[in-house]
Every structure is written in C-alpha cells, then in structure tokens.
Ligand binder design. Structure first.
Ligand code: CAP
Ligand code: MG
Length: 468
C-alpha cells in the first residue's frame, strides 16, 4: 500500500499494449513498499489517500508492479507495466516526466536505476523512425553490395583549428580513403572557426576528394544549438549546398528539440549523425537510466547514425553490453538478456535500422576486434587513432582503410601490415587488439547465460554493473 492504494499486483499479466519498465531499487523499507511508492509516484498516486481518486482513474491509468526479484529485503529488481492510455500521443517528454521523473528524487529510494523499457508497437507507430538509416546511407556511399564497415574520423584537436586548417585535415582524411569526416561534439560556431566558413571550406575540399577518389564522401557538420531557429538556418544552408548529413548532440539537446529537428531533416532527406555526449551522466552509478532506453528513443524518433561505444576503446561499456546496443540499432527483435539489464524488444515494422557508430579511443589495430564484435554493419571512427599516426592524418587514414579492406578479405592485420608501411607504423604505435579476446567473451556469454542471470539475481546492481 502507498497513499492508501495497492500497486503491486503479482498476478497481473501485461497486455501487448502495455509499456514495461525494468528497474533496480534499493531503500530502507521492504522492497514491496518501495515498489508501491515507485509505481504510484510514476503513475496516478501520491503519498496519501485522496478524496479525488476514483475507480476509473485507478483501474485505467495506474501502473502495476507485476514481478519482483528480491536481492535483499529492501533491494531488488522490479518490473512495472504502464497502460497505453496513461501516455500522450507523439509526446515523449510526457513519457519521460512520468516514468523517468519524480521517482529519482523520492526519499524512499537510496538507489534507483532504470535498466530498460519496452515500448509497445502501437506507441512506436506514432513516430516515424529513421528516414534512411543504415541502408539509405550505404546506398549513398555505394557500399550496399560490399557491406564493408564505413570508416570515419573526428577532426582533432577537438576545437581550435581555423576553417582552412580544419578543411585541410578533412581533405587528407577523405582523399586517403575515409568515408566520413565529422566535427567534434564541442565544435559548432566558435569565433576561431565560424560554422559557415568551416562548412564552405570543408565542402570545397570534399568536392576535390570526391573527384579524385571517385567515392562519395560524408561530412557530419555539427549544427547543434540551443536555438532551434539557428539549427534550422544551418540545415537550410546544408541542403542548399547539396550536402547530405548533419550531426546533432542528441543527448544534450533533449528529445523535444531532436523530435522537432528530425521533422526537417526528413523533409530535406538529410542524414542525422547522432553524437551522445553527456548520456553517461545518466547511465553510470546508482541513480540513472541505461543508455539502451535512449537508444530506443533515438531510433523511434529517427536518427540515422548513432554512437554506441566500442567495447575495446576509451569509453565505458563492456563488449557484451555494446553488442546489445548494436543489436538494438540494427535488429527488429531481440530476446530478454536479464544479466545485461535488457528486456526483449520488438521494433515496429516501419522503424528502420540505424547505422551504429563505434568511436572513442579506436585505432587501425582494433579493426579485426571490432568486426569480430559487431560484424560489418558498423561505422568505425578514429580521431586520435588517425591524426596520431606517426606520419600524420593521410597515413592514418590509409592505415585504417587498408585495415578494413584486408579484414574484408579475411587477412589478419599483423599479416596485412607486412605489405603496408602505414599499417605497420600504426600497429607499432597503437598495438594490435586480438579478435580472439572478443571471440572468447562472446563464447563465454553463449555458454553462461544462466549463470550470468543467476549472478545478477543474487548480486543485484553491483553485479550487473560489473558485467556491463
Ligand atoms: C572520439 C570522440 C567521441 C567519443 C565519444 C572523442 O575521439 O570524438 O566524442 O567517441 O564517445 O572526442 O572522444 P577519439 P561515444 O577517436 O580521438 O577517441 O562514442 O562512446 O559516445
Ligand atoms: Mg568527440
């Protein structure tokens, strides 16, 4: 009971239109009581009995806790079902304010972590999903048949280069084999590198690189701004100049601004490269929302490319967990993986797969391992791993392209490097990530699903966080 009502209903069978939320909770009271409080505050209830409550409200709009996995008396995993009618249509913010809102601030909880949410297909139908996604971008670049990984770079230093300097670095990358050049998440329109000037210089160099290589190139220009008008102005400029991609810092801009911008990018048929800077403030620790929930929002709303992590590079996320994010990006269905905090998922038919981007501390020596982990449907991006090559950006780009081309022919990198000095020098400086390690991790998962599930059920959030 919470505020005079009961929200725990362990006999309840969720309907196909319910939203399911899997959470970790810990507090001082019994877990059943904490579960009541969380379900009440995130749906129709409050701390006391109400004279205004009626049967219709309680029956039709309340959340129901239908499963509890106790770890201790006052901690564990809870599954909550929310009725479809509880939510606005085409308004993800109302969903966030309900399910991902007040509960984080309640004194009742000492830890609260939303592990996963499954969205009914009926709700997904209110959104359009990616206009192009992986197949559309591959078609544009010309890799539909070969299905090789796309390769790209982030111009470094992150900020500080002038437009001309920036464009020269971009040219070196494209003309030596990369498909994509992008701005960094913290570069938009600073005085030393105004957005329009940079765009003009870069696109001139892109034309040159395309003519010389005969390949289609992409520039993910960062148009993120706290003013929607300014983002639209930039988008118009991108379209008028025949460019096909923009970058958005999707986490910091928020879902409303993203939803709005996607309307325009769809209309203009411009690909959206989504950078997730900031997500980890929410994703790590004892209070938070797992990134996979945001990934689902982004796919349903309709970004075309999204950063998902690496499993081998500089950012958080184990190989197993990042592979799950890759599944959510490209698959339409996935089984429940409790040990990864994941519910089963199904995307509505019209929600196309997006192109997952692996970035953060990557270099050419990691290509075999990345392909072992993700397969070929992946964008491999390296900033430091290209511009940090002993012979500069051009050599770094050539090393990365050669590594991918050899991987497509199943030639392991150490062998491939015997015939290629750029790759040889890259391996010498950065080392070689042996794909065997990834193979072993995947094999371990395959053979130990039940064991891992048991361990998380006994160990709780700490054990889960050890795995992810
Ligand atoms: C990569 C990157 C990306 C990270 C973000 C950077 O550069 O541009 O922002 O990948 O992480 O600035 O760190 P390097 P994630 O290749 O030089 O590491 O993709 O996990 O969101
Ligand atoms: Mg960056």
């Amino acid at each position: 009971m919470y505020g005079g009502y009961t929200y725990v209903e362990l006999k309840y069978k969720p309907s196909k239109d319910d939203f399911i939320v899997l959470l970790w909770v810990k507090g001082k009271n019994k877990i059943e009581k904490i579960a009541e409080a969380v379900a009440a505050e995130s749906s129709v209830g409050t701390w006391t009995k109400l004279s205004t409550m009626n049967d219709i409200v309680f029956k039709n709009y309340r959340a129901r806790v239908f499963k509890i996995i106790k770890v201790t008396k006052s901690s564990g995993f809870i599954y909550i079902a929310y009725p479809y009618e509880h939510f606005d249509s085409k308004n993800i913010l109302q969903f966030q304010a309900s399910v991902m809102g007040n509960i984080f601030g309640m004194k009742e909880v000492d830890e609260l972590y939303i592990m996963d949410i499954s969205f009914p297909e009926k709700y997904q139908k209110q959104f359009k999903g990616p206009k192009n996604g992986i197949e559309g971008i591959r078609k544009y670049v010309g890799t539909l048949k070969s299905r090789r990984p796309h390769i790209g770079t982030i111009v470094k230093p992150k900020v500080g280069l002038t437009p001309k300097e920036f464009a020269n670095v971009a040219y070196d990358a494209w003309s030596n084999g990369l498909d994509l050049v992008k701005d960094d998440e913290n570069l938009v329109d600073q005085k030393f590198c105004p957005w329009k000037k940079r765009f003009n210089e870069v696109t001139k160099k892109m034309d040159k690189a395309e003519n010389e290589t005969g390949e289609k190139k992409l520039y993910a220009t960062n148009i993120t701004d706290s003013s929607i008008d300014r983002m639209i102005e930039r988008l118009d400029y991108v379209r008028e100049h025949g460019q096909r991609m923009v970058m958005l810092d999707v986490y910091v801009m928020g879902l409303a601004a993203l939803h709005e911008m996607i309307k325009h990018t769809r209309k203009y048929n411009i690909f959206v490269h989504a950078h997730r800077a900031g997500y980890a403030a929410h994703n790590r620790g004892m209070f938070g929302v797992n990134f996979q929930v945001y990934e689902k929002f982004y796919r349903i709303i309709g970004v075309d490319q999204l950063h998902i992590g690496t499993g081998v590079g500089k950012m958080e996320g184990s190989a197993l967990y990042v592979k799950r994010l890759h599944d959510i990006a490209i698959k339409n269905k996935g089984e429940e993986k409790f040990y990864l905090g994941s519910l089963k998922f199904t995307f509505a038919k019209h929600i196309k797969p997006l192109f997952p981007v692996s970035s953060g501390g990557l270099d050419p020596g990691m290509v075999d391992a990345l392909i072992e982990l993700f397969g070929k449907d992946i964008v491999i991006q390296a900033g430091g791993g290209v511009h940090g090559h002993p012979n500069g950006t051009g050599a770094g780009a050539r090393a990365l392209r050669y590594a991918v081309d050899c991987a497509m022919k199943h030639i392991p990198l150490p062998k491939a490097s015997e015939k290629n000095n750029d790759l040889k020098l890259a391996l010498k400086k950065f080392g070689y990530a042996d794909p065997k390690d990834i193979k072993n991790v995947l094999k371990y998962e395959k053979n130990n699903k039940q064991k891992l599930t048991r361990e998380v059920k006994i160990g709780g959030l700490a054990e889960y966080q050890r795995i992810v």
